[in-house]
Each structure stands twice: as C-alpha cells, then as structure tokens.
Design a protein around this ligand. Structure first.
Ligand SMILES: C[S@@+](CC[C@H](N)C(=O)[O-])C[C@H]1O[C@@H](n2cnc3c(N)ncnc32)[C@H](O)[C@@H]1O
Length: 251
C-alpha cells in the first residue's frame, strides 16, 4: 500500500509539476522569495521551489503525512503539518501553493482562508484543483467508466470530497479580495500505461477493494478496469485541472 501511494504521488508530480512551474514562474518567483508548499506529497515541487529561491530564500514544505516526501534540499524545511489544525506564520510568504489538496479537505473554504492569511500583502497564492465534469459527461470505455464514476462522483458526499472544486476556485479567490487573478485549465488524454493515466489506475487499485467489499463493484469489474487502463491502446478524457492565482492586496 505504501509503495502504491508513493508511485501514485510520484506519477502525479511528473504529470503536474510542469504546469505548476510555469504558473509559478509566471507570477515571478525569484531569488530570496519565501515559499510555502502545502500538502506537498512527494515534495518534488518544493525542491524545485528551493532551487528557484536559492540560499537567501525559504521553502516550507508541509504535509499531514510525510512518508512519501523527499528529504529537504537547500533552503527548504520539511514539516509534518495539518493545514486545518496547526499554526502557520501569518502575512509571511511571497508565495503559497497547494495542488490537489483543498478538494480533499472538508472545510476547503477555511483552508483557502488559511492560505491567504499566510501570504504577505503583495504575496501570491496559487491553488490547483480538479473538476471531474469532463469525465462525468463523457462516454468512457467500460468497465473503467463505471469504476471511475463510482469512485469519484458517486461517492463524493461520503468522502467529503468536492469533485467540482476546481471550477469554484476563481469565485472563491474573488470573494476573498485577491487582485491580479488568473486561471489556467487543462484536460488531456489519459493513455494506457502512461503517467497521465497511471496516477488514476493506482488510486483505483488502492481504493477499489473498499467498493467491492461494500458490494458496489464486482471483483471482475475492478480487475477488468485496472487491466484495461494499462493496455497501450486505452484512452479516456482526464478531469479538468484548474490552476488559479491571485495576489493579496497591499492595503
Ligand atoms: C492528492 S495528494 C497531492 C500531493 C501533491 N500536492 C501533488 O499535487 O502532487 C493530497 C495531499 O494532501 C495532503 N493533505 C491532506 N489533508 C491535509 C491537511 N489537512 N494538511 C496538510 N496536508 C494535507 C495529503 O497527505 C496528500 O499528500
């Protein structure tokens, strides 16, 4: 299980780090910046942030579960930290970033308040989350289609997960008074056996047995979906991955 989660977080990082880097470069990350990476997962992006800010900068890389996090490098501190319960310096950071984290936190509005409070006046907050509408509204290959819908949209309420939070992000930023806001949204073809699909197959492999135990899936459906999505010819549309950025006003 641990190895599977490690592989999933690493696949996620390989898939999503390039867009995160391009957005963060776009807001002007520079030597000496103080950065906070929340829910860092594998920690690859934190290492990249540390390489950008140099020895005079600061990167605090946090996660509630550090088992999968790479060791610190350069001006980087790795800290076990629960965004919702543990304290953070307020008004301190030039950049606060959280990717694929808020959608999983039940009180995600308060989570965004906390990220905003950690940024200094004039500092940037960048949040990335998904919107599963493209998947919901597409014809997907079976049995992966059934398994995917069940594991995402069909169970969102019980799991206190918002599969549409990505599309709400811009409004959430607006209501908090951010300025210089922007948005980038991406979908891609998830192709059998590639990182762009494997992150999801590993999630299905990890969580699918619970759905079989609950009688919501047959073992054949689950095994069939996993095998299907590792075939080279398999394709399905991805969720929409949304990045929103904004700056805390200086007055
Ligand atoms: C889907 S993973 C994303 C990891 C990484 N940000 C990425 O995009 O590759 C969600 C991460 O959020 C972390 N997380 C969940 N709730 C958290 C909380 N309350 N405080 C800090 N981290 C949290 C999880 O442990 C996990 O590493």
């Amino acid at each position: 299980m641990v190895a599977m989660e490690q592989r999933r977080l690493e696949a996620l990082a390989r898939l999503r780090d390039p867009r995160s880097m391009s957005v963060i470069d776009g807001v002007g990350i520079a030597r000496g910046w103080r950065c906070l990476e929340v829910g860092a997962g594998a920690g690859t992006l934190s290492r990249w942030l540390a390489s950008r800010v140099g020895a005079t900068g600061e990167v605090l890389s946090t996660d509630i579960d550090l088992r999968f996090h790479l060791p610190a490098e350069g001006a980087m501190e790795v800290r076990k930290h629960d965004l919702m319960n543990d304290p953070l310096s307020e008004g301190h950071y030039d950049l606060v970033h959280a990717r694929a984290v808020l959608q999983h936190i039940p009180d995600r509005e308060e989570a965004l308040d906390r990220l905003r409070a950690a940024a200094r006046p004039g500092g940037w907050v960048v949040v990335e989350d998904s919107d599963w509408s493209p998947v919901e509204h597409s014809e997907l290959p079976e049995p992966m289609g059934t398994v995917t819908r069940l594991m995402t949209l069909g169970t969102a309420t019980q799991r206190q997960w918002d599969p549409y939070f990505g599309r709400r992000l811009l409004r959430e930023f607006e209501t908090r008074g951010f300025v210089e806001m922007g948005l980038d949204g991406r979908v891609w073809a998830m192709s059998g056996g590639r990182d762009n699909c494997e992150w999801w197959v590993l999630a299905v492999e990890h969580s699918g047995p619970r759905f079989v135990e609950a009688g919501l899936l047959t073992p054949e459906q689950l095994e069939g979906a996993i095998a299907q999505a590792r075939e080279p010819g398999f394709r399905m549309i991805s969720p929409l991955s949304v990045a929103v950025w904004g700056r805390v006003p200086t007055e």
